[in-house]
Design a protein around this ligand. Structure first.
Ligand SMILES: *Cc1c(COP(=O)(O)O)cnc(C)c1O
Length: 406
C-alpha cells in the first residue's frame, strides 16, 4: 500500500496496539505497572517509565508524520533537548546555531559547560552558505551540530541541506529543533538531519494544556541509545500527557493550515500599514531567506516577529492588545503576544549570544478570525486606547466583546 498522506494518518490516529475493544480514540493506560505472567520474564510492557501503550501510540504517529524510524516522547521540550544532547560525552565538542530558544541557551551555558562538553556558537548564514560552520568544523573534531529553523523569535532560517552536508563531511551529527514548524510544515530528516526534535508543548499539542517534547530519528542505533538513557533517567512523558498530545495532534493539519493563513494575512496587513518598523515573516518576500525557507518547508508557519521603533512602542503594542494574551509559548489555538527579551528569552545567560532586542515583539497566531486580530493590533498600536486591564479584570473585560454572527 502506498504510504498514507499525513492528513489521513492524523485523522485515523486512534489505535493502541493490542486494544481488544477497537477504541476509535487512543485509550489512556494510566498505570505505572503491568502485571507479568511469570516472575522471570517481562511481558510486552512492564513499567511506564520504560514504555507505555498510550505513549507508544503517540510516538508511532509522530514517527510516521516525521518520516522517522522511531520517536521518543519526553516530559518537556527541554527534557527532549537535554536527552538528545546526552549523545555528547565529556570532552566532546558541539556546534550550536547562534539563534536558539532561551532555555536551550541556558542549558548549554549553565549545564553542558559544567559536565565538560564544549559548545561553540556559529552564525547560520543561510542561502546555501555556511562558512562559519565550515570553519568551526575544520578547527577541531565535532560530535554534533545543533540548529533551530526558523529560529525563535528572530525567524532566521538555516539551510538544513547545506548544514547537513558540511557536518556529515566531518563526521558530525545534525540535530534540528523544528518546534516552530511541526512535521506538518517541515521534515528535517528528509533534508539530511540525523535527529529532529520538538517542544510538543507548542504546535504539536496545540491547546496549551500540556508540556511535552519529542526526539525522532531514522537511526535505530541512536534511538536505542537515547531510549536507554531516557529510561535510566526517568525523563519520559507520562501517560495522561501522552494522551493529551495524541488528542491535540488529531487536528494538527487543520489547525496549522488555518492559523498560517491568518498569519500571512496579518503579516501582509502589518507590513502594508507600517504598524512596525519591520515585519519579519518567512512568508513575505521581504524576508531575506524567504526562498531558502520555501525550499525546505511547506509553509511559513504561525509566528511573526515585529521590530518596533522603540522599547516603549513594543511594550505598548503587547500591553494594549486585547485578543492576544501576553504569554510565553506559542502554536496554540489562542493567539499570544510577547516581548521575548523579557519573557521566553529572559533565561539567556550573560556570555551567551545576545538576547533578542527589547524592540522585538513576537506574535503567535491562533484560530481567531484574522480580521479581529488585525483590528486588535491596529487599536493597540494607536496610542489612545487604555492599556490591557490587569489579569483579574480581563475576564470581566472580555464580556462586552460583541459576537459577529455572520
Ligand atoms: C518552547 C521551546 C523549547 C522548550 O520546550 P518546553 O516544552 O518549554 O520545555 C525548545 N525549543 C523551542 C524552539 C521552543 O520554542
Amino acid at each position: 500500500m502506498t504510504p498514507l498522506h499525513p492528513a489521513t494518518a492524523l485523522a485515523r490516529n486512534g489505535a493502541v496496539a493490542g486494544d481488544p475493544y477497537g477504541a476509535t480514540s487512543p485509550p489512556l493506560y494510566q498505570t505505572s505497572t503491568f502485571a507479568q505472567d511469570r516472575c522471570d520474564a517481562f511481558g510486552e510492557f512492564d513499567y511506564t517509565r520504560t514504555d507505555n501503550p498510550t505513549r507508544r501510540a503517540v510516538e508511532s504517529l509522530l514517527a510516521e508524520l516525521e518520516g522517522a524510524h522511531g520517536a521518543l516522547c519526553y516530559a518537556s521540550g527541554m527534557a527532549a533537548i537535554a536527552g538528545a544532547l546526552r549523545l555528547a560525552k565529556p570532552g566532546d565538542r558541539i556546534l550550536c546555531g547562534r539563534d536558539l530558544y532561551g532555555g536551550t541557551q541556558r542549558f548549554l551555558h549553565e549545564h553542558l559547560d559544567g559536565v565538560g562538553v564544549e559548545h561553540v556558537d556559529f552564525d547560520t548564514d543561510g542561502n546555501g552558505r555556511c562558512l562559519a560552520l565550515e570553519l568551526a568544523l575544520r578547527s577541531a573534531p565535532v560530535k554534533l551540530v545543533f540548529v533551530e529553523t526558523p529560529s525563535n523569535p528572530r525567524l532566521s532560517v538555516s539551510d538544513l541541506r547545506a548544514i547537513s552536508r558540511a557536518a556529515h563531511a566531518h563526521g558530525a551529527l545534525v540535530v534540528v529543533d523544528a518546534t516552530a514548524m511541526t512535521p506538518w510544515l517541515m521534515r528535517p530528516l528528509d533534508l539530511g538531519a540525523d535527529i529532529v526534535l520538538h517542544s510538543a508543548t507548542k504546535g504539536l499539542s496545540g491547546h496549551g494544556d500540556v508540556t511535552a517534547g519529542v526526539v525522532l530519528s531514522r537511526d535505530e542505533g541512536l534511538l536505542g541509545t537515547l531510549a536507554k538513557k531516557r529510561n535510566a533517567e526517568g525523563a519520559a512523558l507520562a501517560p495522561f500527557e501522552s494522551w493529551l498530545l495524541a488528542r491535540g495532534l488529531r487536528t494538527l493539519g487543520v489547525r496549522v493550515d488555518a492559523a498560517q493563513r491568518s498569519a500571512l494575512a496579518i503579516a501582509r496587513a502589518l507590513a502594508s500599514e507600517g504598524l512596525a518598523e519591520r515585519v519579519i515573516y518567512p512568508g513575505l518576500p521581504s524576508h531575506p531567506q524567504a526562498e531558502l525557507h520555501a525550499n525546505q518547508a511547506r509553509g511559513p508557519g504561525v509566528l511573526i516577529a515585529l521590530e518596533l521603533a522603540t522599547p516603549e512602542a513594543a511594550a505598548q503594542l503587547v500591553e494594549r492588545t486585547r485578543l492576544f494574551s501576553t504569554a510565553v509559548s506559542f502554536g496554540g489555538v489562542s493567539s499570544s503576544i510577547s516581548v521575548p527579551h523579557f519573557m521566553s528569552h529572559a533565561s539567556v545567560p550573560d556570555g551567551a549570544a545576545p538576547r533578542p532586542s527589547d524592540r522585538l515583539v513576537r506574535l503567535s497566531v491562533g484560530l481567531e478570525d484574522p480580521d479581529d486580530l488585525i483590528d486588535d493590533l491596529r487599536q493597540a498600536a494607536s496610542s489612545h486606547e487604555p492599556a490591557k486591564p490587569p489579569l483579574g479584570a480581563i475576564r470581566r473585560a472580555k464580556k462586552p466583546f460583541p459576537l459577529r454572527l455572520t
